[in-house]
Design a protein around this ligand. Structure first.
Ligand SMILES: Cc1cc2nc3c(=O)[nH]c(=O)nc-3n(C[C@H](O)[C@H](O)[C@H](O)COP(=O)(O)OP(=O)(O)OC[C@H]3O[C@@H](n4cnc5c(N)ncnc54)[C@H](O)[C@@H]3O)c2cc1C
Length: 291
């Protein structure tokens, strides 16, 4: 358990203030124990994965942050299925699938998040979505009760699932895949990752696409058409390489949130489309200085 943990070290945006406490559980039992301790101490709990879709505000996160990543990464093969602990990174799971000659997860190999985060967000790319390959999700409720959900019960939608509504902590996911040729699977993954590297500013801290794709439009195209590539607030800027990515160039969470608001306002005024955030925003604002 780390006290006063600098959350900019645990998010790909590299922003945000400290969490009071940060824990790296090794098992479902440890997650349950952490929730019950936090409950006794009256502490709120925030669950995160790799922090690749997360903006932590500058004031940090009060209470306990449970990071399901470091110690819960096991991947088990069962025929054409992979049963994977929630903290495994998608890249590792896609590589394990390729190794086993199982196809279906190629689209996910370049998404820099955990399986738990991917199921929560129904992460997707290149016409693939985590919902398509998810068979079952195991989880635990803050009161310690276990849940096992089918794909239907997960209510997957565009970048959303029932995880938040059910207050579920995802602990394991079973992916149902199909037999394929390992070479072909690896070739496809390499091709998609090359496309990603060509289009996305992977050398800058970001949380991926900042906004959801509005019905009938592309967020990046709208932002680009409004002439906003390179537009900045403090150290937060609209990527010159991909307008859908707002990147951190040495700014604060406050800069980033202000940039998001400005982009939303300008796009709404000029194109008549309201952009909604895809990233999850957590934590508290920094207290205003009293002078
Ligand atoms: C360069 C870059 C490219 C990206 N490309 C894509 C892309 O192509 N497609 C795409 O969909 N996304 C993309 N993303 C966004 C991100 O990688 C995905 O949303 C990913 O699935 C988030 O996983 P995470 O483990 O980082 O989750 P986090 O960011 O840590 O958390 C995201 C949400 O999930 C919740 N959560 C995390 N783990 C659990 C758990 N075990 N139980 C319950 N709740 C949990 C958190 O509370 C939070 O609300 C990209 C991000 C970056 C930085």
């Amino acid at each position: 358990m780390v006290q006063n943990a600098d959350m900019s070290r645990y998010t790909t945006l590299k922003l945000g203030g400290p969490a009071d406490f940060l824990a790296f559980p090794r098992s479902t039992e440890e997650i349950a124990a952490l929730f019950s301790e936090a409950g006794r101490a009256g502490m709120p709990v925030t669950v995160i994965g790799h922090g690749s879709n997360l903006l932590v505000r500058d004031g940090g996160i009060r209470g306990l942050v449970v990071r399901v990543e470091k110690n819960m990464r096991a991947i088990r093969r069962e025929g054409n299925r992979l049963a994977v602990q929630a903290g495994a990174m998608l890249a590792a799971v896609a590589a394990a699938a390729a190794e086993a000659g199982l196809t279906g997860l190629e689209f996910a190999s370049g998404i820099p998040g955990t399986v738990g985060g991917a199921v929560t967000m129904n992460a997707g790319a290149y016409d693939g979505e985590i919902a398509q390959v998810t068979e079952r999700v195991e989880g635990i409720h803050p009161d310690g009760s276990r849940m096992s959900l089918s794909r239907e019960e997960m209510e997957f939608g565009y970048r959303t699932s029932a995880v938040k509504k059910l207050n579920l902590i995802v602990t394991e996911v079973t992916f149902a895949l199909q037999e394929g040729d390992p070479e072909e699977i690896r070739r496809k993954m390499a091709e998609l990752n090359a496309r990603r590297a060509e289009k996305q500013p992977l050398d800058m801290p970001s949380a991926g696409s900042t906004f959801k794709r509005p019905e009938g439009f592309f967020a990046a195209a709208l932002i680009d058409q409004c002439g906003l590539k390179g537009y900045s607030v403090g150290g937060a800027e609209v990527s010159l390489k991909h307008a859908g990515f707002l990147v951190n160039n040495g700014g604060t969470a406050r800069d980033f949130l202000e940039l998001m608001q400005k982009v939303q306002t300008i796009v709404e005024d000029r194109a008549g489309v309201r952009l909604e955030p895809e990233i999850r925003i957590v934590g508290e604002e920094e207290p205003a200085c009293s002078t």
